[in-house]
Write a protein that binds this ligand. Sequence first.
Ligand SMILES: Cc1cc2nc3c(=O)[nH]c(=O)nc-3n(C[C@H](O)[C@H](O)[C@H](O)COP(=O)(O)O)c2cc1C
Length: 192
Amino acid sequence: MSSFFDVLLGRRSVKFVQVPGPSDDQLDLILRAALRAPDHGAVKPWRFVLVRGADVPALVDVGVRAGIAAGNPLPQPKVDNARKWLSKVPLVIALGCRPDPAGRIPADESMLAVGAAVMNMLNAAHALGFGAFWSTGLGTYLDGVGEALGFDPLDERFMGYLAIGTPIDAPGPVERPDWRDHVSDWHAPANT
Ligand SMILES: Cc1cc2nc3c(=O)[nH]c(=O)nc-3n(C[C@H](O)[C@H](O)[C@H](O)COP(=O)(O)O)c2cc1C
């Protein structure tokens, strides 16, 4: 099996990571991989905001404030867990999508283009020996969170956080579904 498939089939999400995060050159590779995602109509919908080092833990406060403002405070155990998690994470990429303003391409397709970019970043991070984890926790869907992170509330949609760093524990194997349970054949109907 080629090393490409070793990487692809060996990837798993790793939530608990620490320093070192990617160097500038490694981050450049990860972000270049992101922008190799397919993109119907060349909308270029990708919007990523880098949150590094000492700024990372403040992401919890953004979610906490948005929860209070919405009259729906984040549960304290979730806040505590998020603080514990992010206190060690060296890099978070806030993920956003700017769909085609002219509406030529359905917004769903731009969301998929961003999802494909995130998948490429997960694989690139893994190929470089990092752990990465996509989360829509921390109040991602609360009003004001995306805007606080710099996304335009009118034209852009915030899609969560990608945390990247060095795995704290060696990631073990993970059981994967059998593709046969998810795939079927289609045959052309017989001519009548
Ligand atoms: C859009 C999206 C949002 C996610 N948000 C969360 C989350 O908030 N909390 C969580 O525990 N897992 C979340 N996950 C799942 C993890 O990122 C990860 O995929 C899961 O733990 C399975 O690991 P695997 O990628 O190795 O299969 C999310 C996944 C996706 C695609």
